[in-house]
Design a protein around this ligand. Sequence first.
Ligand code: GDP
Ligand code: MN
Length: 380
Amino acid sequence: MNILIVAAGSLLAITAAPYVAFLVLFAWVRPSGSPAEKTEVEPSVSIVLPTYNESRIVETKLNDLLALDYPMEKVELVVVDSSTDETRTIIREYCEELDAPDLTLIEEDERRGLAPALNEAYETAEREMVVKTDCDSKLPPNVLREAAANLADPEVDAVTGRNVEVLGGSEVESGYRGIQSHIQQLESHLDSTLIFHGPFSAFKNDALLPIDPNSLADDTELALKIRRQGGRVVFDPAVAYKEASHSEFVKRRTQKDRRAMGLIRLLVQHRDALGKYAKYGRVVLPFNWWFMIASPWLLAVALVVATIGSTVQYGIIGLAFPAAVGLFTYLGQQDVLGPVQALYSLFDTQVSLLRASVELLRGKGDGTWEVDSELREAFK
Ligand code: GDP
Ligand code: MN
């Protein structure tokens, strides 16, 4: 065997080593459910809903919120709208008919981006528990109670949940979510989790603090900052939501690459947190640095070296290796890989993270984006 093939194999082994360690840790800790001391409580709630040109789906979203199993007198709805379509009129007229919840509608004349809009909404939110939800997500009736039960633990300042059903049926996304849910449970049991999800996150009002106006990972940034000020931030699989996603390789890139850019930039901005804040800075953050920043490059280099190595060794037949990677990608995006579909989901995520690193190095990543209309169809 030539030295290039050996080098590629070694690189892959190095890339995989922390994941193997993580699996061992998982088997040892055996995390399940939320680590919070959950208690049934019924705090007052501010639901923060940011909207940008959501006129097609906002009514469905409001129906969904009103169907939550919670006394609506205890709920205030804080909408921050930056739309150029009739979204805000639909919301105002919808809420006029209702005794509860109270509506506060923040109307932006100009779209500045999601993060500044959210900062304003969080500033306005007055109730004890502040819930952030995206317009294109569906929530089960028990979600506020499950979230509140987590926040009843004095140590816990924030909780996020699990994508239980990918609307539109993308198996690439659900494969990834399955793996991510295990990772986030372990992180939460060790200390706190990193990633917070836009479709549903809940915070103690007292713990809120402003986020970077340029943020592309607003929910995660808020959670990270709350952890840094001493609160615990956890993932509870019983807190459920549903969100739409694509499977097709090209369509996935836009949203996933943007989210990946937000996360990488956040990790780099908060690099001084590495090694601090107990297991959060010693285990959780380094693991995410490896997954999001180191692995994608190592994997890319390993694939290139393996391709060169196999063509040097086997001539034209050696091209079977990159062809196999191509076939794997082609079949993966069609959701037909069966038992190895989840492995493809990880590969797909690494592709986004690599592309995101490159884009960030090129100075890209401003705070506004096209809202995906195909995903809105899947939501309806
Ligand atoms: P994705 O799920 O990460 O692709 O993000 P979305 O495009 O679904 O946006 C998440 C939520 O933020 C949705 O409710 C959008 O309507 C809303 N949103 C996106 N951009 C803006 C903005 O510039 N201002 C406001 N107020 N809301 C926004
Ligand atoms: Mn969305």
